[in-house]
Ligand binder design. Structure first.
Ligand code: 2RA
Length: 329
C-alpha cells in the first residue's frame, strides 16, 4: 500500500486523478490532497473518506511514496522538494518533459523508461500521448519515417475556464448577445483557433513543438520527421487528430489495421460503410484511443492516414500518470 500525494488536487486533472485512482483500485494507504493556499481547507469526499485539502509547501511530502503533480507552476516549485522527501514525482506539467535526466513515459509505448528515473517521471502532453498510443503499433510493424499531424483540441484542454468560456459564449449567442473572449485569443464558439499556447521558433506554437520533440523522445527516435498543426475547436472534451504516417517499410492497410486492433490502449472504430469512425462523443470519459479512417495515402508509396480521438483529461493526463504509478508498484 502506498502513500500518495496529489498536487493540484482541486483542478480538472487533479479531480480526474481522484476518479482514476478509485476506478483502478490503486493500493493506497494515505491519500494527501495538496493545492494552493486559496483551496486549502476545502473538503473532498473520496472513497467514503472526507479529505481536507492542505496548502502545498516544501514540507508537504514527508512519508509520501508517489506524488502526482497535476501540472502548472507547482511542479517547478515543489517537485525537487518532494524527491528530497523520498517521493517519486510523476509530473503532468511540461517542466521536465525534455530534460535528458527525466524519463517521458507512455506506458503502452516505453514503459521500460521508468527504470532509469532519478526521482521525477514526466507525463507527456495530452495530444502527444494520444498520438503516441496510435503510432506505437505502426512503429513496431513498419517503422516510421515521417508524421504529419493536425489536431482538433477540446476547450477543456485549457481547464475548467475553457469549458466555461465555450458555455458562456454559446448561451450569449443563443440570446443574441455579444460574445466576449477571455481564455482564448478569439471567440471559440462556432470558430476554430489555430493557436494553442504561445508562438515560438519557426512560428510553431509551443503545443506543436511539444508534439514534435516529445514524440521523438518517447520513441527514442530523434530522426523521426514530425510536423504538427494544433487547433482549438469548440468541443468540450477529447482531442481529435488527423495523422498522416510515412512508414519505413512497405506494409498494407490490412496489416496496419490488424496491428492497431491488437494494440494496447487502442480501439479500432473503422467501418465507413456503416458510418463508423472515432468522434469525441465516443472517446470522452474513456481511456482508450480510438482509431479510424485508416486508409492508404495514395500520394506517396508508404503513406497512410488515420483519424484518432482520445479523452485528453483521462488518457491524455490522469490515467497515463496513474498507469506510470502502477509501473512503480
Ligand atoms: C491543451 N494540450 O489542450 C494543452 C494543454 N492541456 O490546451
Amino acid at each position: 500500500m502506498s502513500n500518495i500525494a496529489i498536487v493540484g488536487a482541486t483542478g480538472a486533472v487533479g479531480q480526474e486523478f481522484l476518479k482514476i485512482l478509485a476506478e483502478r483500485n490503486f493500493p493506497i494507504n494515505e491519500l494527501r490532497l495538496l493545492a494552493t493556499k486559496r483551496s486549502a481547507g476545502k473538503e473532498i469526499s473520496w472513497q467514503g473518506q472526507n479529505l481536507e485539502v492542505q496548502e502545498t509547501t516544501h514540507e508537504s511530502f514527508k512519508g509520501i511514496d508517489i506524488a502526482l503533480f497535476a501540472g502548472g507552476s507547482g511542479s517547478t516549485e515543489y517537485a525537487h522538494s518532494a524527491v528530497k522527501s523520498g517521493a517519486v514525482v510523476i509530473d503532468n506539467s511540461s517542466a521536465f518533459r525534455l530534460d535528458p535526466e527525466v524519463p517521458l513515459v507512455v506506458p503502452e509505448v516505453n514503459p521500460e523508461d521508468v527504470l532509469w528515473h532519478k526521482g521525477i517521471i514526466a507525463n507527456p502532453n495530452c495530444s502527444t500521448i494520444i498520438m503516441a498510443v496510435a503510432l506505437k503499433p505502426i512503429y513496431d510493424l513498419a517503422g516510421i519515417r515521417r508524421v504529419v499531424v493536425s489536431t482538433y483540441q477540446a476547450v477543456s484542454g485549457a481547464g475548467r475556464e475553457g469549458i466555461e468560456e465555450l458555455e458562456t459564449q454559446v448561451k450569449a449567442w443563443s440570446r443574441g448577445e455579444e460574445l466576449t473572449a477571455n481564455v482564448f485569443p478569439y471567440q471559440i464558439a462556432f470558430n476554430l483557433i489555430p493557436r494553442i499556447d504561445v508562438f515560438q521558433d519557426g512560428d510553431y506554437t509551443k503545443e506543436e513543438w511539444k508534439m514534435v520533440l516529445e514524440t521523438q523522445k518517447i520513441f527514442h527516435a530523434p530522426s523521426m520527421a514530425i510536423t504538427a498543426t494544433t487547433v482549438r475547436v469548440p468541443v468540450f472534451r477529447s482531442h481529435s487528430e488527423s495523422i498522416n504516417v510515412e512508414t519505413e517499410r512497405l506494409v498494407s492497410v490490412a496489416e496496419i489495421r490488424e496491428a492497431l486492433g491488437k494494440a494496447a490502449g487502442v480501439i479500432v472504430d473503422d467501418d465507413p460503410s456503416n458510418d463508423r469512425y472515432p468522434m469525441p462523443w465516443l472517446s470522452s470519459d474513456k481511456d482508450e484511443v480510438y482509431v479510424g479512417r485508416i486508409r492508404k495515402d495514395f500520394s506517396i508509396v508508404q503513406g497512410f492516414n488515420l483519424w484518432v480521438a482520445g479523452d485528453q483529461i483521462r488518457k491524455g493526463a490522469a490515467t497515463n500518470a496513474v498507469q506510470i504509478a502502477e509501473l512503480l508498484l
